[in-house]
Ligand binder design. Structure first.
Ligand code: SAM
Length: 287
C-alpha cells in the first residue's frame, strides 16, 4: 500500500515536472520567435545555428533541468539584474542585446570576453553572469571612468555628451560597478580594468590573453573606435565574435563598422530605437 502511494506521488511529481518543462519550452519558443521576428537577420545560416540549440532540445524532455530551462533561468536572472541598473544617456544595453550576448557565450561555449566601455555595467554584468552560469569563463571590462576620456568630438551629440558627462561622478560609477560584481557574486568571472582601451592592451599582451568575443562600446569618435579595432582585433580567436554598438545611428561608428562589415561575416544587424537597439554582430573566420 505504502509502495503504491509513493509510486502515485512520484508519478504526480513527474507529471508536474514535465508540465513545468513544457511551460518553460513554450515561453522560450515564443521568446525566440519574437527575437527572430524583430531581428533583421542578415545571415540566415548563422541565425539558424543560433536558434538550433534551443529548438533541438525541444523534444528532449528530461527530469533533470533541461538546457532550455537552464537558459531561461539565465535570461530571468539577466532580466532581474537589468531592472536594478539604471539606463540613461550614457549607456543602456537593452535586455534583448544582453540576452543575445549571453546566448553567444553559452551556445558557443565562449570562455573569454572583453568589453570596451562599461559605464554602469548593463552589458558587462549579464555577460559575466552567463560565464558564471554556463562556461565558467571570464568577462573583462575596460573603462577609464575619466571625464576627459568620456568626451567625444566627432558626433552630432558632442555638446549633449559634454553637458551630461560634466554632471557625472566617475569615481562613484566605478565603485557602483565593483559593488554589482560583488553583489551578483561574479567576482571570479569578471575583471574590471579602470584604464583606457589603449592602456589596457598591455595587460592582455603580457598575460597572453586572447578573446572569444569583443564588445566595442567605448568612446564613439571614429579615431577611437578605429583604435579599439586595431588594438583588439588581433587578439580575437579564430571564429570569435565582434559586437559593435551604435553602429547605425552614429555616423562616427558607422564608418568603422562599414569597413569591418566588408571583411567579416555579419551574423546580426539590429536597429530599433524603440527598444534602444543599435548594434551588429560579426564573426571572424574559423582559421
Ligand atoms: C556608451 S558607454 C558604455 C555603455 C555600456 N556598454 C552599456 O551597454 O551600458 C561608453 C563608456 O566608454 C567609456 N570610455 C571612454 N573612452 C574609453 C576608452 N578609451 N577605453 C575604454 N572605455 C572608454 C566611457 O567612460 C563610458 O563609460
Amino acid at each position: 500500500m505504502q509502495k503504491r502511494d509513493r509510486g502515485l506521488a512520484t508519478t504526480t511529481m513527474e507529471q508536474k515536472k514535465l508540465q513545468d518543462i513544457q511551460e518553460d519550452l513554450e515561453r522560450s519558443r515564443s521568446w525566440l520567435q519574437q527575437i527572430q521576428h524583430d531581428c533583421i537577420i542578415t545571415n540566415k545560416t548563422t541565425s539558424d545555428q543560433l536558434a538550433k540549440p534551443l529548438l533541438s532540445h525541444a523534444n528532449n524532455f528530461s527530469l533533470v533541468e533541461s538546457p532550455v530551462s537552464a537558459k531561461l533561468r539565465i535570461y530571468q536572472q539577466i532580466n532581474t539584474l537589468l531592472e536594478t541598473i539604471k539606463w540613461d544617456f550614457g549607456g543602456g544595453c537593452p535586455f534583448e542585446k544582453a540576452s543575445i550576448m549571453a546566448d553567444l557565450v553559452f551556445t558557443y561555449n565562449l570562455k573569454t570576453t572583453v568589453e570596451i566601455g562599461v559605464y554602469r555595467g548593463r552589458s558587462l554584468l549579464p555577460i559575466a553572469l552567463a560565464h558564471k552560469l554556463s562556461t565558467h569563463g571570464i568577462a573583462y571590462g575596460i573603462d577609464p571612468y575619466k571625464l576627459e576620456e568620456a568626451l567625444e568630438n566627432d558626433t552630432p551629440f558632442t555638446e549633449d555628451i559634454e553637458k551630461f558627462c560634466l554632471a557625472l561622478d566617475f569615481d562613484s560609477l566605478h565603485k557602483d560597478v565593483l559593488n554589482l560584481i560583488e553583489s551578483y557574486q561574479v567576482v571570479e568571472h569578471c575583471i574590471l580594468l579602470r584604464k583606457t582601451s589603449e592602456e589596457a592592451i598591455s595587460y592582455f599582451i603580457d598575460n597572453d590573453i586572447y578573446f572569444d568575443l569583443l564588445h566595442i562600446d567605448g568612446n564613439h569618435d571614429s579615431e577611437k573606435v578605429m583604435l579599439d579595432v586595431n588594438l583588439y582585433l588581433p587578439r580575437i580567436k579564430a571564429g570569435g565574435f565582434i559586437v559593435m554598438d551604435d553602429c547605425f545611428n552614429w555616423e562616427s561608428v558607422n564608418v568603422v563598422y562599414t569597413q569591418l562589415k566588408s571583411q567579416y561575416s555579419v551574423i546580426l544587424e539590429r536597429f530599433d530605437l524603440n527598444i534602444g537597439a543599435d548594434y551588429a554582430i560579426l564573426q571572424l573566420p574559423q582559421n
